[in-house]
Ligand binder design. Structure first.
Ligand SMILES: [Zn+2]
Length: 279
């Protein structure tokens, strides 16, 4: 998981030998044909870099303000949880943010392009759930994956969970798939849990397809919430009439990348750093 194949790694490394400027390196990778020419300056693809800086509130020492009357002394800084560090993402740019990132993307151009088109397919598949279409893809380099939040509509997840609750055999099968993905990594953070949850939901989605199920909201939900969470484009429809968002989502995992979330400024895809196969 989170380890792309990178079939052109050596070729990409050789192509930029001796170059120290990032933009120049990216151009060279295009000149050498490692990266498709169409990628140069394509406005639909942006890159941003994970960085850390000293917390602006505690100025890096991690300590919060001392509360009069308390004997324990200053608490942890509330902004950074006492780490003294604030993570942030650089301004998105059309060129990968550094030399290593240039090599990362050039090492797997087919996988990168496939992940992008699956991300768009996924985004379009959620239109019926009221998710707006986002034209561009933003690649996040490094840092914690899933920083952007939940990529799936709450109504869909809720419907699948509710269906599994009513069907013990389906629940058992979904649990088995979840365990298969998650394995013994119960303590693992974010990505593993998210992948396991998505695989579990994909299993339920497919089982409900076979049962020719219709989308229903929970019975105790009031009309106002129902309208927002289950738009008329899904409520009462057969699942077979709706696109299956889990197909593109799980295929992105299998390419070694991760879809973070869809924000108005772009669909967020996460690319792991070179050499780091775990999150
Ligand atoms: Zn702080």
């Amino acid at each position: 998981m989170l380890s792309p194949q990178r079939p052109r790694l050596e070729e990409a490394r050789r192509a930029i030998e001796g170059i120290s400027d990032t933009s120049r390196a990216w151009e060279r990778l295009v000149e050498r044909g490692v990266v498709p020419k169409a990628w140069l300056g394509d406005p639909r693809r942006k890159f941003e870099l994970f960085r850390e800086r000293g917390c602006p509130v505690c100025r890096g020492d991690g300590r919060g303000s001392w509360v009069p009357g308390e004997d324990l002394g200053p608490a942890d800084c509330g902004r950074c949880d006492g780490t003294g560090i604030e993570p942030f993402w650089s301004e998105p740019s059309r060129t990968p943010p550094d030399l290593e990132a240039c090599v990362m993307f050039a090492s797997d151009p087919e996988g990168v392009a496939a992940a992008e088109s699956l991300a768009r397919e996924y985004n379009v598949s959620l239109r019926v759930w009221g998710v707006s279409e986002v034209p561009s893809v933003t690649w996040r380099v490094g840092g914690p994956p899933l920083a952007g939040g939940d990529p799936l509509p709450w109504g869909l997840r809720q419907f699948l969970a509710q269906s599994a609750r009513q069907d013990p055999r389906l629940r058992e099968e979904a649990r088995r798939v979840r365990h298969l993905v998650q394995g013994e990594e119960f303590a693992m953070p974010g990505p593993y849990r998210e992948a396991a949850e998505q695989a579990e939901e994909a299993t339920i989605f497919e089982a409900l397809l076979l049962q020719n199920a219709r989308v229903e909201g929970p019975p105790n939900m009031d009309e106002y919430d129902r309208k927002h969470v289950y738009p008329p484009s899904v409520l009462g429809k057969r699942l077979a009439e709706l696109p299956n968002p889990y197909e593109p989502l799980l295929r992105i995992w299998s390419l070694g990348y991760l879809l973070g979330s869809t924000l108005p400024e772009g669909i967020l895809l996460h690319a792991p750093r070179l050499g780091g196969s775990s999150p």
